[in-house]
Design a protein around this ligand. Structure first.
Ligand code: ADP
Ligand code: ZN
Length: 603
């Protein structure tokens, strides 16, 4: 309920201010102006002045008498007294006198002028403003509050001319959208056969993978107008504005058809309606309006709606049913080849040296999104400028990967000898356990220079080949690798540190997934105990089982991690000499590459 009142406040607030202003005006300023030069005198003075003829013009009002002296320089005022001789005396004095009852002080007229008229004017002004707001959506907001919050640019018509070639990788998504482009080019081909295009297409994927870019590229390729709006803008300000914004958006779009309408973050309005008390009525109204609009136009009228979200599971089923957003295009994180292409696209925008190995950089930036890759290239260019070079080099790019992923090097964070040794052993512990299990280089590079992200070291994992299945053994090996850092500390220092925090979290999560989701437990066979939410935003899971089962799950998880921890410890003890040798190398050099690591290990 609060949500409803809140957006209303500005209008009430606005009228309130006007009212207060009017009251102040009437009570203080108006009288002050009119009575500026009027001197109040007693009736006796008035009588004396009129008898002596020292009086200019006189105005007799219902409750007071205004008069001037002979030269008409000063104005005086006095009360009215029942004075039968007044008229005769004034006549004798030769003053000009009038009675002004009706004009000056009719209470009805003064009420009209000082209250009703201004209020009527402000009311008219106000309703004109709000009408304009309905028409132009955000436009008037910035007028009213005028404080930087300019969301006047509501429906942007794209002339940026982004094309599919600007979006690197994402080939499946592009294939899928090519059909839409083709339809916009030549709708008759589709109409002839009776096929109708999907009205809505949902672009689904993690943040920064190029969903907005793809939508713009569809418009660019088809050379049609592009209307864009973010879901959160719909539910922003005033009650009822969301729905009317939707109505208006579609009205404009229909006029400009064929065209693309792009709604970013559609989950902001399209969340499941759960009917809870205190639910967001405004959002539901907006969603209902959107559904109505989508039903209201025929599939073939040339308005194609693209929407982006990274939480598809939270969308209202009414929105995803056939006839609305019935097509779903996954836009996933780029693979190795995709990353390389994205790097190349963005590298065209900066000056780089001729001998850049993009494959190598793409390999190092494993797991990065398109937006992060764009950022990496830009950081490299910035670094080149900082160091006074005219172009960016391979090293710039490599260093900026670490910057984007782990933060800047903290040049002046001093680790104590002991801490530095601990970090070196910890990192080598991970790498050694990994290498012994798979007999291959586990890392690209390890550095033990503290980062602004808080990490004391940074390990760049080797890119795994595109890998769609994980076996139970591989999962167990991963857990063993994660425990390797702590195991090394235990063996070498007989003391443990807080450095394993992140490892512990990840190992637990893996072990828990094995038990609750992958059916790799001792007791539960192929029964799922957890539901995963927000696949694209970290993937939080919620338990879905009885309390006794939870207890069993917990003990199985502990057992799995414990077994792998013991395995890691025994691997390290068997290779104690190599552990010492590698850790010393890392301690001295602060950086070790995968190749150096393997050379030392196999020597
Ligand atoms: P999303 O909408 O998925 O969050 P955007 O489309 O806004 O992501 O992408 C943000 C930025 O990341 C883009 O402006 C672009 O510079 C870069 N980017 C992301 N994906 C790609 C890609 N596939 N090719 C080229 N650049 C990309
Ligand atoms: Zn660790």
């Amino acid at each position: 309920m609060n949500e409803i009142n809140k957006p209303k406040k500005p209008l009430i607030f606005y009228y309130g201010i006007v009212l207060i202003f009017l009251m102040l005006f009437n009570l203080m300023i108006l009288p002050a102006i009119t009575e500026r030069a009027i001197k109040e005198v007693d009736y006796g003075t008035f009588m004396t002045m009129s008898e002596e003829g020292d009086i200019g013009s006189v105005q007799i009002q219902s409750n007071q008498i205004l008069f001037t002296d002979k030269e008409e320089k000063a104005i005086y005022k006095t009360g009215v007294i029942n004075d039968p001789n007044l008229v005769e005396r004034l006549h004798r004095s030769g003053a000009k006198f009038t009675s002004e009852i009706s004009r000056e002080s009719s209470p009805i007229l003064s009420l009209l002028f000082s209250w009703i008229l201004p209020i009527a004017i402000f009311y008219l002004l106000g309703s004109m403003l709000s009408k304009k707001m309905m028409d132009k959506a955000g436009g008037a907001n910035s007028m009213m509050f005028g404080m930087g919050k300019s969301n006047a640019r509501v429906y942007v018509k794209s002339s940026e001319g982004i094309h599919f070639s600007d979006v690197a990788g994402e080939d499946e998504a592009k294939d899928n959208l090519t059909e839409i482009v083709d339809y916009l080019h030549d709708p008759d081909k589709y109409k002839d056969i009776g096929a109708s295009m999907p009205k809505g297409i949902l672009l689904v994927g993690p943040p920064g993978t190029g969903k907005t870019m793809l939508a713009k590229a569809v418009a660019g390729e088809a050379n049609v107008p592009f209307f864009s709006m973010s879901g959160s803008e719909f539910v922003e300000m005033f009650v009822g504005m969301g729905a009317s914004k939707v109505r208006d958006l579609f009205k404009q779009a229909k006029e400009k058809a064929p065209c693309i309408v792009f709604i970013d973050e559609i989950d902001a309005i399209g969340k499941k309606r759960d009917g809870n008390i205190g639910g967001n009525d405004e959002r539901e109204q907006t969603l209902n309006q959107l559904l109505t609009e989508m039903d209201g136009f025929e599939g073939n009228n040339g308005v194609i709606i693209l929407a982006a979200t990274n939480r598809p599971e939270s969308l209202d089923p009414a929105l995803t049913r056939p006839g609305r957003f019935d097509r779903r295009v996954p836009v996933e994180l780029p693979d190795l080849k995709g990353r390389e292409e994205i790097l190349r696209v963005h590298a065209k925008k900066i000056k780089i040296s001729g001998d850049i190995d993009f494959t190598q950089i793409a390999r190092m930036a494993s797991g990065a999104s398109g937006a992060e890759l764009a950022n990496i290239v830009n950081e490299a260019a910035l670094k080149a400028v900082r160091e006074g070079r005219a172009y960016a080099t391979q090293t710039d790019l490599e260093e900026s990967i670490e910057v984007v992923i782990a933060g800047y090097q903290k040049k002046n964070a001093i680790l104590t000898e002991k801490e530095k040794r601990t970090v070196a052993y910890h990192e080598i512990g991970h790498a050694l356990v990994a290498a012994k299990q798979t007999n291959s280089a586990p890392v690209q590079k390890i550095t033990i220079i503290p980062r602004t992200s808080g990490a004391l070291g940074y390990t760049m994992q080797v890119e795994q080949d595109n890998h769609y299945l994980m076996t139970k053994t591989e999962l167990e090996n991963q857990i063993a690798t994660l425990t390797g850092g702590r195991a090394a500390e235990e063996i070498v220092f007989s003391e443990i540190s807080t450095g394993a925090l992140n490892d512990i979290e990840r190992a637990t999560k893996l072990a828990r997934s094995m038990v609750t989701r992958y059916g790799m437990s001792r007791d539960f066979d192929m029964v799922a105990m957890e539901n995963v939410q927000n696949k694209y935003l970290g993937g939080d899971a919620s338990l879905d089982c009885s309390e006794e089962t939870q207890t069993k799950i917990d003990s199985e998880v502990v057992e799995i991690v414990k077994r792998q921890h013991e395995k890691a410890a025994s691997i390290l003890m068997e290779n104690r000499e190599k552990l010492d040798e590698l850790a010393k190398y890392l301690y001295d050099k602060e950086t070790i590459t995968g190749e150096e690591f393997m050379t030392i290990l196999n020597s």
